[in-house]
Each structure stands twice: as structure tokens, then as C-alpha cells.
Design a protein around this ligand. Structure first.
Ligand code: ZN
Length: 425
């Protein structure tokens, strides 16, 4: 029997339930589907016998507590996953299981074979020789992001409950909505959660860990034109579309998503609606480095200011709103959470792969609320679409890592006590 018998059955059950979040909604959670799913999870946690299971009013997160087994005061460690899935068809999700994958065959997703997982296209498949893969049927996403995380946390907690001889501190569990639309963690209630340190279990393949994220801002540009008949336009017309193109052209040509990688930041235009009379543009601004991030915002505003000066009137209005900051700034003050997770991975033969994520995680916001929250792998590949898949063996390792993190925090305290005692004179 599998070490974590509920892991895959739970994942398959969760994956089949549509929990797609809704970017156009203003409710929390953004869709009633999510509320239903969170209530189901809440009942699961109650049935498992966890303590203080409740829905946090301000965030709609479901929180639960697993009491400590260690006698000493051990830091309270939280594990967090989001339950919503990305902006892709999530109706009638039918996960498929490929046992003992040979690492080279083309996997047909749908009956006709219109969509396939081909190692020539997705080289990651070659890593999974001998593994059991869970894929989609080609018509939906899988939702391994982040129902793998949910199932993994539940299995880890179940394991600890079945093995009270394992010494650990208090464990907090948090399942929340709307990560994919970037709003779920905005209302996260650090005080109610009650952890000293936390991990989002929301990363990709085996060994992935992130504690650096982008600094992020959203920027809107609104341009007022002067529309007159083209025949009599000379010296009078101000074409708001042209002004928009000029504005965009004044941004650094190479600082775009399609031309940058690793730690290179960018300006990304993602919407442009224009008429001669009025044009609206929407951008995101990203940089890992805080100073460069601030400089990017100044440059963006500065282009508008200069153009307004040239016009002799304010035609271009820029609105910049910060979205989240690089959690690396917080983690670097005390890298213990990263060191522990790194050690936890090594202890269960997983090679840590730590890299700055070119995006944000729920942990970027939560870390700035005072709870350091790096992100560890949940296992998914090709997330957010029909080619998403996950390996059962990777999911088992993710549970191993969660358990190991819980143990290491306890061992650190117990070990320190012991050495203090020995050298205490
Ligand atoms: Zn995710």
C-alpha cells in the first residue's frame, strides 16, 4: 500500500471539481464554485479531527490547526495552498492516469489524438521514466496547480496524526481562493492564521523553491486627444492613438517580456484601446530589484511628464499601483525558512532548485504582512492549460518534504536545547 493512501484519490476527486476563479467578479471568493469547494475542504478537515477549523471572514480562507507533539516550544509552521484554477476550460475535468511511463512515448490526451504530450515538444516528460503520470483528456486543464498542494498538505497532516511519535510543533493549514486572479492573498489574516513561518505549496516540478519574486506594479495610461476632420487637421488634431504609440515607443525597446529572462525586469503592455479622441493603455511593470523597480516607475511617469510639457497641457495621465514586492527582501533578513526547506529536500533525496520566480506568489504578499512564506514545489508541469500533468512520485516527495520541514523545526529546537545543556557552564 502506498505510504500516503489518500494522496492520489484526494487529488483526483479535487481535480474533477471546477473551481476556476473569475477575474471579473468583485466577490470574495470570486466564484461560488470556490466557496462550495472550500466548505467541502472545511468538512474534510473537521472529519479528520483537526482543531479550530474555521473560515476566516475577511479572506474566505479555511484555516485549521494540528496541535504540537513536541513538549518544547517549537515555531508554529503553516502550509498554504490555493484551491482555484487558472483561466482555462475547467468544465468536466477528466484526469487520466498513465502508469509506468517509459519516458519517451507520445501520450494521447483525447481519443482522436488531436492533443498529445510529446517528449519532443515537452522535454520535461523524459524526467518521468517509470513514474505514474496524471494528465488531462485534452479538453481542460488539470488543476494540479494547486490541488496537488491541497492533497499533499492533507496527506502530510494525516500522516502526522497517524504517527504521534513524530515530534513537531503546532502546524497550521490554510486553503484559500483566487490566487490565479491575484487577489486571494490580499485579505490574508496573518493574526488569525497564527503561524511563525509558512510555506505555500504551490511551486512546479520536483525540488523547485522560490523566495524571490518580482516587485510588481500595474500602470494605466489615459490619453486625451483632439479629434477634428482630417482635412482640416493641420496644427489642430492631437491623435490620441499616435500619442499612445509615441509613449510606448519612448519605453526601453528591450525591456519586454519576450526579450528578457532570469532577473531582467520589463514593461509589458497588455491592453491598448484607442480612438483619435481618447486612448487607454494598460501595462504591468516588473523587476526583482527594488531600486530598479522604483526607477522603472519614475521613468514611466517621466515620459508622460515630458510629453505633457511638450504639449503645454496635461493630455497624458498615468496611474501606477503597486501590486506586490519581492519577498526576498523579507526572507534575506532571516533565511531560516529557506535553509530548513533546502535541508528537508536533501533529507528525502530531492535536489533543491532555488530560483527567482518571474512573477509573484501568494507568499510575496503574505511575507510583507509579517509572515515569511517561501514557495515549495507541488509537482505540476505545463500549468494553466490542457498539457498540464503531474507525477504521482513527485507528489509523494512533496508530502515527504512537508513532513521533513515540520520535523526539522522541532529538531532544531530540541537539538539546540541539548547543546545548550552540554555547554552550559
Ligand atoms: Zn498556483
Amino acid at each position: 500500500m502506498s505510504k500516503y493512501p489518500e494522496l492520489i484519490p484526494n487529488f483526483l476527486k479535487f481535480a474533477k471539481i471546477n473551481t476556476r476563479s473569475d477575474p471579473n467578479s468583485t466577490t470574495v471568493p470570486s466564484s461560488p464554485r470556490e466557496t462550495e469547494f472550500l466548505n467541502m475542504l472545511k468538512q474534510t478537515l473537521i472529519d479528520m479531527g483537526l482543531e479550530n477549523v474555521h473560515t476566516n471572514d475577511q479572506s474566505a480562507y479555511v484555516f485549521a490547526t494540528l496541535p504540537a507533539t513536541a513538549e518544547q516550544a517549537v515555531p508554529t509552521v503553516g502550509f498554504i495552498s490555493h484551491i482555484d484554477t487558472a483561466d482555462f476550460n475547467s468544465e468536466n475535468i477528466q484526469p487520466k492516469i498513465v502508469e509506468n511511463y517509459d519516458g519517451q512515448s507520445v501520450i494521447k490526451l483525447d481519443e482522436k489524438g488531436e492533443y498529445t504530450l510529446d517528449p519532443k515538444v515537452f522535454a520535461s516528460l523524459k524526467k518521468y521514466k517509470g513514474d505514474t503520470l496524471i494528465t488531462t483528456d485534452g479538453s481542460t486543464l488539470l488543476g494540479s496547480d494547486d490541488k496537488s498542494g491541497v492533497a499533499e498538505i492533507l496527506s502530510a497532516v494525516k500522516y502526522l496524526m497517524d504517527h504521534p511519535e513524530i515530534k513537531h510543533g503546532t502546524i497550521k493549514i490554510g486553503f484559500g481562493p483566487d490566487e490565479e486572479i491575484g487577489t486571494g492573498a490580499d485579505r490574508f489574516d496573518v493574526k488569525d492564521f497564527g503561524a511563525d513561518v509558512a510555506y505555500t505549496v504551490d511551486g512546479g516540478p520536483l525540488g523547485d523553491m522560490n523566495y524571490e519574486t518580482f516587485n510588481a506594479a500595474d500602470a494605466k495610461v489615459s490619453i486625451k486627444g483632439t479629434d477634428v476632420h482630417p482635412a482640416e487637421a493641420k496644427g489642430i488634431m492631437v491623435n490620441a492613438i499616435q500619442v499612445g504609440m509615441d509613449f510606448h515607443g519612448a519605453l526601453p525597446d528591450f525591456d519586454r517580456p519576450e526579450k528578457t529572462e532570469d532577473r531582467e525586469g520589463f514593461f509589458h503592455i497588455y491592453d491598448f484601446k484607442g480612438s483619435v479622441d481618447h486612448t487607454e493603455m494598460a501595462y504591468i511593470i516588473r523587476d526583482h530589484d527594488r531600486d530598479r523597480f522604483e526607477a522603472r516607475k519614475r521613468l514611466f511617469q517621466g515620459i508622460a511628464d515630458q510629453m505633457n510639457t511638450d504639449f503645454g497641457e496635461d493630455r497624458i495621465k498615468v496611474t501606477i499601483k503597486d501590486q506586490y514586492y519581492n519577498m526576498g527582501e523579507i526572507i534575506e533578513k532571516d533565511p531560516t525558512p529557506v535553509k530548513i526547506a533546502e535541508q528537508a529536500m536533501k533529507n528525502v533525496d530531492v535536489k533543491p532548485h532555488i530560483f527567482p520566480v518571474r512573477g509573484g506568489t501568494d507568499g510575496s504578499k503574505i511575507s510583507y504582512m509579517g509572515l515569511p512564506t517561501p514557495n515549495i514545489f507541488a509537482g505540476g508541469e505545463n500549468m494553466h492549460g490542457r498539457f498540464e500533468y503531474v507525477s504521482e512520485q513527485t507528489m509523494v516527495k512533496a508530502v515527504d518534504v512537508i513532513l521533513e520541514i515540520a520535523k526539522l523545526y522541532a529538531e532544531k529546537v530540541i537539538g539546540q536545547k541539548r547543546s545548550n545543556y552540554c555547554s552550559g557552564h
